[in-house]
Design a protein around this ligand. Structure first.
Ligand code: PSU
Ligand code: MN
Length: 306
């Protein structure tokens, strides 16, 4: 057995890769655990359409029946969206069980990177990545997404990090692991719902071409691992900083009181923030994903041209 036995690439995606056409990978935990039904399915399908309209091919990734499927059908996306929290959230350590036992799993940033790399996809668009949690000096809760960025050659286009995380520690961790952090048209790390975080990225880049070239240079030198491209939420959808920081404070406090830990904490906090802002944060979340899909498509196109 080798990895090929566990990976199923759709014929459309396989053909695109073979012909050096731009492909953008998409994760599935954002569908099952990141948003409520039916907005999750609607968003997932819209993201695919946006990528197509930009001239690239979308490849949503999930584990279905023990296979890492790269390029899901509409029905598969609908299935994951409807099942929601009943689908296992699958990060790196969960993968062997699901594959061996023929089960389903929604892929996090880490596992989506693994699937993307296996299929030969270089660019991946999502909303937010996992990171170092607040209080990690005691809990040691650091997302496997960061380790994956350190070892798997895929660019991840996101809207920065949510302040459910400790952004300063997340950047320190990425620095230690040698992961380049790009700010698209900004030198400040965006904070997901808002444009400003007060933390600096490694480098501001203003074009998709420069982003693609930077990644090519990294690959050419055999510098292993991925690259984090942070793309600020469009100004018109950016949320009120005070509202969002109060909301996150109260969500984090509730999680602590309820003793929510481990893989449940990120979905718990996302859900709380959505409820506390009465859906306003959901709209912001949807719009920033669309915005990332557009940038990722442009980067994927440039990467294929170089
Ligand atoms: N952050 C978000 N939205 C998400 C996630 C994180 O703003 O949907 C999901 C992603 O799938 C990410 C995962 O990879 O949560 C990280 O989970 P953990 O912190 O347990 O590693
Ligand atoms: Mn964790």
């Amino acid at each position: 057995m080798n990895m090929k036995d566990y990976v199923v690439v759709s014929s459309e995606v396989a053909k695109a890769i073979e012909e050096n056409k731009p492909v953008v990978a998409l994760e599935s935990t954002i569908i099952s655990h990141g948003m409520p039904y039916p907005q999750n399915v609607e968003t997932a399908l819209n993201v695919e359409k946006i990528i197509r309209d930009c001239g690239a091919i979308p490849a949503t990734i999930a584990v279905i029946g023990g296979k890492i499927c790269v390029g899901l059908s509409k029905d598969q996306i609908e299935y994951l969206g409807k099942k929601g929290l009943d689908v296992a959230k699958a990060s790196r350590r969960d993968l062997p069980f699901l594959l061996a036992l023929g089960e389903d799993g929604a892929t996090t940033v880490a596992t989506t990177m693994i699937g993307a790399k296996a299929a030969g996809i270089k660019v991946f668009a999502t909303g937010g990545v996992g990171g170092v949690h607040r209080g990690a000096e005691k809990t040691m809760d650091i997302s496997a997404d960061l380790e994956e960025l350190a070892m798997t050659e895929v660019m991840v286009v996101c809207a920065g990090c949510k302040s459910i995380l400790d952004l300063g520690l997340t950047l320190e961790y990425l620095e230690t692991k040698g992961v380049p952090v790009v700010g698209y048209k900004t030198s400040e790390l965006p904070a997901f719902y808002t444009i400003h975080s007060g933390f600096s990225v490694d480098r501001r880049l203003d074009t998709a071409e420069d982003i693609a070239k930077t990644f090519k240079a990294k690959e050419a030198c055999g510098l292993k691992g991925g690259m984090l491209v942070s793309n600020p939420i469009p100004e018109e959808y950016s949320m009120d900083e005070e509202l969002i920081s109060k909301t996150i404070e109260s969500a984090v406090k509730e999680a602590e009181e309820k003793g929510v830990k481990g893989k449940n904490i990120t979905p718990f906090l996302l859900d709380k923030v959505q409820k506390l802002t009465e859906g306003k944060s959901l709209e912001a979340n949807i719009q920033l994903v669309y915005n990332n899909a557009r940038l990722a498509s442009e980067v994927a196109k440039k990467y294929c041209e170089i």
